[in-house]
Design a protein around this ligand. Structure first.
Ligand code: ZN
Length: 922
């Protein structure tokens, strides 16, 4: 079935009817476009079946003076085995910019590795000339406080929406950055009615590569190892790294911790595109996101009308062109706000997303789409009326054709209703402010007087980063549901991003436990940071007198004796205690109190630092800079202490799963904690104890076996080495072969390391390994039943040995932790009292935010087990205390275990628990 095409001249003569009376409309050309015959021939050849092509993309006009992609790159988009690195793509966009006033290229930031992050704008010359004014108008509509309805209507009438496309967030999804170059050319050069309508009525903007570092590394890897693999069964793993740290999770960076993700957010908040559309690659042939349940109920209901409207329009258009396999439902839901493009819906815009089928490169390949035993995503459904084939020969050009045709359809829709899109954006922004006035909670209060202000400051700064206004109460605040001292932070909800305030700070109540979701179900910031945050239902809070918080610089305090014998630095749980320790220098004689102690009328918590007076300005400077409290004491206090000596720290990563390790590397780098990143090669080499005191294995893999054997050896050898031909490879580590894992010989070396006095620390899923491979011989690492389902909830944990240095800085014995789906440990009864440091309380009542189905399975299960082995120890966390730059409240346990108190345990063995209690502790 093919769409019957009108002659091109007929389309052109229709143009005057289609282009409305928007102020930017341009005269209709009288001439028919010349076409690039080589393009048409090539595309036909590279498209693997006629139905995978559409009339929107099977031709390319030739316009004198405007370079096609081939003119600059040397090949048409979609050519087999051709992928374009970011500098070449940027060169193309710059060449277009030089040739045409319809495109503008801007740099919005720099990546970890120094590449430019760019945004490209395309519209008619007249529209682009006024880009700044249009952006200013969108900014005014984004914050409509003080804007009359009449003025808003006027702005809506004259402001074209910006429709923003993002490509290459996931580097293994290689098609979108290619497609955008051809789309750019079409939008700039073509004069078909459709293209003119788009150009004249809206502004199209792109992020050509959302993760430029990863894009270039993936292409080098593809060129070295993948380009010639033509059989699906021979496909291999991708490169060990995309960007510097976090791989695929760049789409889960809810706090915008990564420098490149921050560049996107800053640009967004300055530009306010009403639509942000992220182009991904996975399922066949094209899935267009329609916002299925579970849905975030805080978002404006208008969004849930916009999403399926766009998706159904695209499905209709592509199906009309005869393209099979376009569908709108049954894949990604609308629950987690942490996806990158969600910045749009979080800020009253519209998030959109595609998954187009891809081969992980530009090599044409026969692909089995359906699983051998069933239909998978190839079944006919109400949302998939013309399903994808079960088996298909697929090419990069197919991918380009589908995605470009769908994007052109989306732009067609946007250009048909530009004022509706802008009006929706305005209405959602206005509604968000009104919702804060109408619906409780009307504000969240971060009470003054919390002991650790560094985490309070962090919470405030993370909110501000997202454009949320935070204020400080000028006087004491008395509300019907609480009283708070002057200086408390108030985050009022009658602001443009008031809905986002609620989304980030409330407890997540999952709407239907029967529904599965694509990512986390809980992210409540106060719980994650262990900062007290109180909602208030008292509307009077909106009238409380406040000043805006513009400067979060906090200077630490030095007090007490002028020429002290010793300094004491109170430990209130600040993660910056580790920064302070590092600032004092490895050789400094820093000690920590084993227990709380009192000087005068001040009580210092266990873990407070005692620093000799000789530390002088190094100490005072660090304390001031980090916002800590130091007091000079005339005499050393009477309290038992432990030396805060620093370890030689190794962090282990597999080659196959560097992502969770990347989050820990990012945290350690940010806090300035030195470590050596080691791979299987170093572990197998042995003599680990002579080189290291602590080996940290962040969560990675899913079983002990997969941690030990990693990438299947049959794909090898696969080198990841520095090579002038592939300049981005061999970064962050080198090997002749990424496959095979550390193997049993690696496990033996780890066992020797521990026996000889080393400390092995495992996090999350990596904690299966010590139990499964006998390093913790008496500990069992079990798995939950099939009915258990816990997509990232926040749960309650109970600290059983508060005197253990791992818990220095924790003032309470119950703490919220993110559930990491680590092992369900069982520890022999006689060892429980000594080895189980923390456990999950479990059960429904232990779920603090998000969903845990089958929560009784976690009841009283150990969360941290500290097992003496030989002369050393294995400390296994079932939690992941360093998760996506989110759970800062748990970071302290990791920093204590791995850095500050790596060789410190309580002096006394605890008494065994009473028999009745012990029987229920596993
Ligand atoms: Zn993706």
């Amino acid at each position: 079935m093919r769409f019957t095409r009108l002659p091109r001249w007929a389309l052109i003569t229709c143009v005057a009817l289609l282009v409305g009376a928007r102020p930017h409309a341009q005269p209709v050309p009288a001439v028919r476009e010349a076409q690039d015959a080589d393009f048409a021939r090539s595309v036909k050849e590279w498209t693997t079946a006629p139905e995978f092509l559409s009339p929107l993309v099977d031709q390319l006009p030739v316009v004198r003076g405007i370079p096609t992609p081939k003119d600059v790159l040397g090949y048409h988009i979609g050519a087999p085995k051709r992928l374009t690195k970011t500098d070449a793509a940027l060169a193309y966009y710059r060449a277009l910019e030089k040739a045409s006033p319809r495109i503008r290229v801007t740099t919005i930031g720099t990546t970890d590795e120094g590449r430019d992050v760019t945004v490209v704008y395309i519209a008619s010359e007249a529209t682009l000339r006024n880009l700044a004014a249009h952006t200013a108008n969108l900014g005014r509509l984004a914050d409509p406080r003080g804007l009359s309805e009449a003025e808003a209507s006027r702005l809506i009438a004259v402001t074209p929406p910006i429709y923003h496309l993002m490509a290459g967030l996931h580097s293994g999804e290689t098609g979108p950055p290619e497609m955008l170059m051809e789309l750019a050319y079409r939008l700039v050069a073509s004069d078909t009615p459709l293209i003119r309508q788009i150009r004249d009525r809206i502004i199209v903007s792109f992020t050509p590569a959302s993760d430029p570092d990863g894009r270039d590394r993936y292409i080098d890897w593809y060129r070295q190892h993948m380009a010639d693999i033509t059989e699906e069964k021979d496909r291999i793993t991708g490169p060990p790294y995309w960007g510097k740290y976090i791989f695929h999770d760049n789409n889960r960076d809810i706090n915008y911790s990564q420098v490149t993700m921050r560049a996107h957010l800053d640009w967004y908040l300055a530009t306010h595109p009403p639509v942000m559309h992220d182009l991904h690659e996975s399922v066949p042939f094209l899935y267009t996101f329609s916002g299925q349940a579970p849905q975030n109920p805080n978002l404006d209901p208008i969004i849930y009308g916009e999403l399926p409207t766009f998706a159904n329009f695209e499905m209709m258009q592509l199906t009309k062109y005869g393209m099979p396999g376009v569908w709108t439902h049954g894949f990604v839901d609308m629950w987690s706000p942490g996806y990158l493009a969600f910045m749009s819906s979080n800020h009253n815009g519209l998030v959109r997303m595609y998954e187009t089928f891809g081969n992980g490169g530009a090599t044409t390949m026969k692909r089995r789409v359906a699983p051998p035993e069933g239909a998978g995503q190839t079944s006919r459904e109400w949302y998939r009326p013309l399903p994808p084939y079960k088996e298909v020969l697929w090419s990069m050009r197919n991918n380009t054709n589908y995605m470009q045709t769908a994007v052109l359809s989306a732009l067609q829709y946007a250009a048909s209703f530009p004022d509706v899109l802008v009006e929706n954006f305005y209405r959602k922004s206005r509604n968000s402010i009104e919702a804060g006035k109408k619906d409780a909670p009307h504000a969240y209060v971060v009470p003054a007087g919390q002991k650790d202000l560094t985490r309070v400051d962090l919470l405030v700064s993370l909110l501000q980063r997202q454009g949320i206004e935070v204020t400080r109460a000028t006087d004491d605040v008395t509300l019907s549901d609480g009283t708070y001292p002057a200086g408390s932070y108030l985050i009022k909800r009658d602001q443009p991003y008031g809905r986002l305030v609620k989304t980030l700070l409330e407890k997540q109540s999952y709407p239907d436990p029967a529904l599965r979701t694509y990512d986390d179900t809980g992210w409540t910031m106060g719980l994650m940071l262990q900062v007290e945050v109180k909602p208030t239902a008292d509307k009077a809070v909106l009238d409380v007198s406040v000043t805006p918080v513009t400067d979060l610089t906090r200077t630490g305090r030095l007090a007490g004796a002028t020429s002290p014998a010793t300094w004491v630095i109170a430990h209130h749980g600040s993660n910056d205690m580790v920064r302070l320790r590092l600032a004092l220098g490895a050789d400094a004689d820093v000690r920590a109190a084993r227990a709380a102690f009192t000087v005068g009328d001040v009580t210092y918590a266990a873990g407070s630092f005692l620093v000799p007076a000789t530390a002088g300005t190094t100490l005072s400077d660090a304390v001031a800079r980090l916002g800590l409290e130091a007091t000079g004491l005339a005499a050393a206090p009477e309290v038992a202490t432990v030396p805060v000596d620093l370890p030689r720290l190794a962090m282990f990563t597999t080659w196959g799963r560097t992502q969770e390790v990347g989050w820990v590397r990012h945290a350690f780098d940010t806090f300035g904690i030195p470590y050596e990143l080691v791979y299987k090669e170093r572990v197998r080499q042995g003599s680990l104890r002579t080189a290291f005191d602590v080996i940290l294995i962040p969560s990675q893999a899913t079983t002990g076996k997969s941690l030990v054997y990693d990438v299947d050896r049959k794909a090898g050898p696969l080198a990841y080495r520095k090579d002038p031909a592939f300049p981005t490879l061999g970064t962050y580590g080198e090997t002749d072969d990424v496959t095979g894992g550390m193997g049993l010989e690696g496990v033996l070396e780890l066992q020797k390391f521990v026996n000889e006095g080393g400390v092995l620390i495992t996090l999350g899923a990596s904690s299966y390994m010590p139990a499964e491979f006998g390093l913790q011989r008496e500990v069992t690492a079990a798995r939950p039943t099939g009915a258990f389902y816990a997509p990232g909830p926040i749960v309650q944990a109970e600290i059983l040995r508060p005197e253990h240095p791992i818990f220095f800085g924790y003032a309470t014995t119950t703490v919220p932790v993110r559930y990491a789906n680590g092992p369900l440990f069982q520890v022999p009864l006689e060892d429980v009292a000594e080895q189980v440091l923390m456990r999950f309380t479990g059960g429904e009542e232990g779920v603090l935010s998000g969903l845990m189905r089958g929560a009784t399975e976690t009841r009283r299960r150990p969360a941290i087990v500290d097992t003496p082995v030989g002369k050393g120890r294995v400390v296994a966390f079932a939690t992941n205390p360093c998760y996506r730059w989110q759970n800062h409240g748990e970071f302290g346990m990791l920093f204590n275990a791995a850095v500050l108190f790596w060789n410190d345990r309580p002096v006394d063995r605890p008494a065994p628990p009473p028999a009745a209690e012990a029987a229920t502790v596993r």
